[in-house]
Design a protein around this ligand. Structure first.
Ligand SMILES: Cc1ncc(COP(=O)(O)O)c(C=O)c1O
Length: 349
């Protein structure tokens, strides 16, 4: 009789956002994808790479992409590791730093996948709640943990922690502070310089949101070379395939294009937020490519269903602290105009 590890047997597994088979028939605002295509340079680079060369393994060190990332972020490539989505690097950080039974922590609500990864490893996850002002509740002055995952900007709520708070948090914990900056390109501040000045800070980034490359599965981590060396020991040696590698390099090289997309999304986010507030919604000011909005009657599930019936797909979480609202990705202006019309209708008494 085969026998699973106990923690695997007992865990439910992560449920990703719904990807409908007929996605093009919806306004799809449920997984924080970018409504704009990737940079034309990315498409050219991939097209060029498609060919007989695919019979060869990719560069196990993802050297060109790391060099380009180094130029963009101002770090030596020895401080950077590329990943098959930032999920991979989050997973490897747990494998590198937390033994079975050891404590890791995150904020609730934030990215629920940290909890799944902890379960796989058999590590203990401690969740810290948030006050109405989004302060972390119950954090000890000196906190002994192996890892602390801080999603900044927070997802699904969209608020940010200040740089000074992040610095203070890094000093309060004994382990590694992972600042998950999946959405930081849509925010005003990032924590990259803390990686240089504090030896327990790691920053993770994804290409899935601001770079419009969710389908490519690309992410990276920036950390001290000794942490990067550990992550290199753990990862699949060919974790970034040939197409992903040239896509990452080209995407990073086109910062102008990135800025243009981000500016459009931020402008639409501001407009959409204002319109929802006018329609009676409570909307948390967001620094991501999404907003968390609650209808006047506090029934997020009803709103989700109403939008779904109108072929608008958003994300509703059944979690008690989130079920009053929905997370809505910022799409194109036209998509958001249609969404505002539907949400105004649905909020009317
Ligand atoms: C906060 C946060 N971190 C990480 C990820 C994973 O990103 P990736 O697509 O790079 O694996 C997501 C994806 O939604 C996210 O919301």
């Amino acid at each position: 009789m085969i026998k699973l590890r106990k923690n695997i047997e007992e865990m439910a597994g992560y449920v990703p956002g719904f990807q409908p088979p007929d996605a093009e028939t919806y306004i799809k605002l449920n997984t924080n994808e970018n409504p704009y295509p990737p940079s034309p340079r990315v498409l050219e680079a991939i097209a060029k790479e498609v060919g007989e060369g695919l019979r060869r393994y990719p560069d196990a060190a993802s050297r060109l992409a790391r060099e380009e990332a180094g130029r963009v972020y101002g770090f030596d490539p020895s401080w950077i590791v590329l990943a098959n989505g930032s999920d991979e690097v989050l997973n490897n950080l747990i494998r590198a730093f937390a033994n079975e039974g050891e404590e890791i922590a995150c904020v609730h609500p934030s990215y629920s996948y940290y909890g799944t990864l902890a379960e796989i490893q058999g590590a203990r996850m401690r969740y810290f709640g948030l006050s109405p002002e989004f302060e972390i509740v119950g954090l000890p002055e000196k906190y002994d943990c192996r890892l602390f995952f801080l999603t900044n900007p927070n997802a699904p709520l969209g608020f940010t922690y200040s740089r000074s708070f992040i610095e203070e948090l890094a000093g309060r914990i004994t382990g590694v502070l992972v600042v998950d900056e999946a959405y930081v390109d849509f925010a005003e501040e990032n924590s990259l310089d803390l990686v240089r000045t504090l030896d327990n800070v790691v920053v993770t980034r994804t290409f899935s949101k601001s770079y419009s490359l969710a389908g490519m599965r690309l992410g990276l981590a920036i950390a001290r070379p000794e942490v990067i060396a550990a992550l290199n020991k753990i990862r699949d040696h060919y974790n970034v395939d040939r197409l992903a590698h040239v896509a990452a390099t080209a995407a990073l090289s086109d910062q102008e294009y990135l800025k243009g997309c981000v500016a459009k999304i931020k402008e639409t986010r501001a407009w959409f937020t204002e319109e929802l507030v006018k329609a009676g919604y409570h909307v948390i000011p967001s620094s991501g490519n999404f907003v968390f909005a609650s209808p006047p009657d506090g029934d997020g599930a009803r709103l989700y269903q109403g939008l779904y019936d109108r072929k608008i797909l958003v994300r509703h979480f059944s979690d008690p602290v989130l079920k009053h609202g929905m997370r809505i990705t910022i799409g194109t202006r036209e998509e958001m105009e249609r969404t505002v019309r539907a949400m105004t209708e649905l909020a009317a008494p």
